[in-house]
Design a protein around this ligand. Sequence first.
Ligand code: SF4
Length: 287
Amino acid sequence: MKITNKYNLPAALVNAMMRDDYSKGPSEYSVTGLLTPPKVALLREQYDDQIEIDVSDKMFTFLGTALHTVMESTVMPHNCTFEERLHTQIDGTSISGAIDVQERGIFGTTIWDYKVTSVWSVINEKSEWVEQLNMYKWLVEALKGERVVGLKICAFLRDWSTNNRGGNYPESSIVMVDIPMWTATETEAFIMARVNAHRKAKMARDFGEELPPCSDKERWMSETTFAVKREGRKTAIRVLTDIEEAKEMAVKEKGYVETRLGEPRRCTGNYCQVNQWCGQYQKSTQQ
Ligand code: SF4
């Protein structure tokens, strides 16, 4: 991966931001690697020497790493284990997961993960968090024989503001989010599905076939909406998700319906870093 410095940030800062201590150890997949869409993982591997990232785009990753470094150097209570990587095998594939905090209590262990994230992420449940933490739960229960009684995200909200209050808006800039727990059977089935999806993609690559496409969920596809508008008015009267409801309202309001197509935000924002080599995305831009 090539790192650029388009905004001439000072060398000391750039060096700090380029530091990368991440390692999945000797395992074939990390928990987060299993959650990465197989197509994204393989395209990143293939074009690693051509992917360009500006150091300024690494800000949130840097803040997350800095947070982990500070927490790691802090003396933890005796009933907590910090940053432990657990390894196991499932159906002949080695996987591992690095758990931020395991806090042992009378009734069992609570697992926490730190995230530097947006307010939006805690208002709407993120399925990736549920999947990630349940895989950690599965590892702890299977390898350490401990009973896991809670899963929590400790969310540091980078865009939290005192001006927004009420409703679902988080009360403070740091919040603990409870994550629903799965049974071991559910998690094992989920892990096997992820391992198989990655295996299938690797086989396609090795046989020179097209990689399995990213799903709408993996592409972060937003919903298609229907704006009810009227000539001479700049803003929509209402934006609805049901076309029939929108048409009905347009008749009442003597207006018209404007369709706003959903957008694959991971692709269009190049959050996967490989959209220029992705046939699926390139084809969609030509339609
Ligand atoms: S551009 Fe979209 S479809 Fe292509 S690899 Fe990235 S996320 Fe997947």
